[in-house]
Every structure is written in structure tokens, then in C-alpha cells.
Design a protein around this ligand. Structure first.
Ligand code: BMA
Length: 306
């Protein structure tokens, strides 16, 4: 089949633009979860003074959103937790009724991983940073694995560098992290510069379905794509399948044109019945969704694997 595509974009993309938030320059790579009888989210807003801030939002249908104009003010009871200069690219995972947010914190020493929790998307409590610099992406698995909290993350990135590999780490308490395992790094083509985990992995029959971003360097700069992998259920650092072909590429005008052109940045996924709805940032400017049957995604990954 020519130009085979598993994901179908929503016809009214982009679903969220800077118009949704006062003082926003752009709103993009953001995290959404089912919440009560609708959805809630933590959104990356790049403000008009170019501070990057996190804002809470709510929606009945996951498409039409009410996003707070004010940034989230996190309670922080530990004065030793370093202040964050910029906050961006959040992911959310729900564990036992608590929503954990991981995101990239720009510290004086470089990008590192912040951690916070909420039960209601109104009160947020900042926890200790999950990893020190340099680390730019992190997402928590939706259940403990072998009795431990587990994450996928992407250390080794001081700015735009030609290296950036995905690692797996575990913790007994979300504070102390160890048993670090290399999962995968860049490979030829659209994922040859760097890769990073996207939405929280989803448990499927064959393992953990991970949607990730891959970056290619053209003579005109970086291009961001979405790919997929299936990781072993008990040893998720073992990659069972990984896409040679991308799942989603920047092809639409709103993905091609914006503050950073040619970017699709997958950051959260919601599954309803068998349909996976992917939320992704477009050209560092706005947010779109695309949907696919979850079995079809798994089949595509398996049949288009290295
Ligand atoms: C990455 C991150 C993302 C961004 C992408 C493209 O390094 O900073 O937030 O979408 O670059 O600019």
C-alpha cells in the first residue's frame, strides 16, 4: 500500500492554539489523561515573554479545552528542591488515583526532570527532581514492574546534540532511582539524530507499546517524527519490535510551519475501547490529535520493524 498510514488526523486540527491562553505565544507538547467524566491535562505554554510555563486544563470530550490563563502554582514543602527557570514537555501517569507529572526543568546546570503530583488538577505538589542534568524526557510506567516504579527517560542531551538514548530506571519510592538500563538509541533515517520517549507506555498483549519521537538532521535543520516500539513486559529495556518506518511525520501545514518547523512531538495518548488518541505538539506552536486502532499500531510496529 502506498503511503501507508495507521494514524488518522482529526479533521479540525489543530485542536488547541495560542488563542486558548492569555499571554500565550504558543501551546504545544502537552499531557492529557481521562479524569472524572472527561479529561484533564497539563499544558506547555510558551508565554509572550518566552517563559515556558505549565497550565492546567479541563475538557468534556478531549477536543474542546478550557485552559487556565495562570500557570500552575505548585506547592513545594522542600526548600532544597531547586527552582525551575523554564518548565516544558510534561507527561502524566496515573498510579493508584494519583496523577504524576514529569517534565523538563531548565536549571542553571542544564535540563533535568521535575516530578509533581495531583489528585484534582487544582492542587499540585512538587516532589524532588527525578533526575539531574542533563536529561530532557521522562515518563512513568502506569504500573509498578517487578514491584518497583519504573520510568523511561532520555539522559545525555546538552542542547541539540547528535546523541540522546532512551534508558529504563526503577525506584522503590519515586525518590531513589537505580538499575539503569539502556533501552535504545538513534538508528538510521528519521530517527538518526536522537530519540526520546513520548506518552506513558501502554500495556498490550505483546508487551509495552511505546510511542516515541525521533529526530533527523537535514541540511535545513531538525525534523521530528513519531515512531513506535514494543518493549518486553517484565524487562522493558528489551526491545521486541521497533519501527523502521515512522508512524507520523510532519506533513500538514500546521506541522510544517510554526516557531520550529517540521515537528510532530507525541506527548500523550488516551485509549478508549480500542482507539488510541494521540496528542502531539505541532511545529512548537499548537496541539493536534490523531487516532488509530491500537491493534493496528501494534501490527504496524511488528511488520515494519528493524
Ligand atoms: C526538543 C524539545 C521540544 C521541542 C523540540 C523541537 O529539544 O525542546 O520541546 O518540541 O525540541 O523544537
Amino acid at each position: 500500500m502506498a503511503n501507508e498510514s495507521v494514524f488518522k488526523r482529526y479533521k479540525n486540527n489543530p485542536i488547541i492554539t495560542a488563542a486558548a491562553v492569555k499571554r500565550a505565544n504558543s501551546i504545544h507538547n502537552s499531557a492529557v489523561v481521562p479524569f472524572k467524566d472527561g479529561y484533564a491535562g497539563v499544558f506547555r505554554v510558551d508565554e509572550q515573554d518566552f517563559r515556558f510555563t505549565l497550565h492546567a486544563g479541563r475538557s468534556k470530550d478531549g477536543i474542546h479545552w478550557k485552559i487556565d490563563d495562570e500557570e500552575i502554582k505548585m506547592k513545594c514543602s522542600n526548600p532544597d528542591i531547586p527552582e525551575s527557570k523554564r518548565n516544558y514537555d510534561p507527561r502524566i501517569t496515573m498510579l493508584d488515583g494519583v496523577y504524576y507529572i514529569t517534565w523538563c526543568v531548565d536549571s542553571s546546570q542544564g535540563p533535568c526532570i521535575g516530578l509533581a503530583k495531583t489528585k484534582d488538577f487544582e492542587n499540585f505538589e512538587r516532589m524532588d527532581n527525578l533526575f539531574p542534568p542533563a536529561n530532557r524526557n521522562c515518563v512513568i510506567f502506569p504500573r509498578k514492574i517487578n514491584g518497583k516504579y519504573a520510568v523511561l527517560h532520555r539522559p545525555s542531551d546538552r542542547g541539540h546534540t547528535p546523541f540522546g538514548d532512551v534508558f529504563y530506571s526503577t525506584s522503590p519510592d519515586l525518590v531513589h532511582w537505580g538499575t539503569h538500563r539502556f533501552v535504545f538509541g538513534p538508528l538510521q533515517g528519521w530517527q538518526s539524530t536522537k530519540v526520546g520517549p513520548g506518552p506513558a507506555p501502554i500495556e498490550v498483549e505483546d508487551g509495552w507499546l511505546l510511542i516515541y519521537h525521533g529526530v533527523w538532521t537535514s541540511c535545513n535543520g531538525y525534523l521530528y517524527y513519531a515512531g513506535g516500539a514494543i518493549l518486553d513486559k517484565e524487562k522493558p529495556w528489551k526491545v521486541l519490535y521497533r519501527t523502521k518506518d515512522y508512524l507520523l511525520a510532519p506533513t500538514e501545514i500546521y506541522e510544517r510551519v510554526g516557531d520550529v518547523p517540521n515537528v510532530v512531538f507525541p506527548s500523550s495518548a488516551v485509549v478508549n475501547d480500542k482507539t488510541l488518541r494521540l496528542y502531539y505538539g505541532c511545529a512548537d506552536t499548537c496541539i493536534s490529535v490523531a487516532e488509530a486502532d491500537i491493534d493496528e499500531i501494534a501490527r504496524f510496529i511488528k511488520t515494519h520493524s528493524f
